[in-house]
Design a protein around this ligand. Sequence first.
Ligand SMILES: [Zn+2]
Length: 90
Amino acid sequence: MANCPISDTLERFARGELSDSETRACEAHLLACGRCAKTLSELPVGQDLIQEIREMRRSREALAPHLSGLSALEENLTTLLFPQAEPDPD
Ligand SMILES: [Zn+2]
């Protein structure tokens, strides 16, 4: 995939320091680029990101009708970044 963000950009993404448009572009790239998803997961702030995603999942239950697209993104990001963190089917 062309135009991979540099690790500094991924770190700023994980910290929520990018603009909205930059964040959306970075999310879209991460869903398409396993290499960058792996890079992000190896950053210390990647652990913070997954925590934020989990918090978003909790809060989205109140907003579910509006967030179907976002929830799909969260699922995909979680699977990409932390496949071992998927909940047990039980
Ligand atoms: Zn990439």
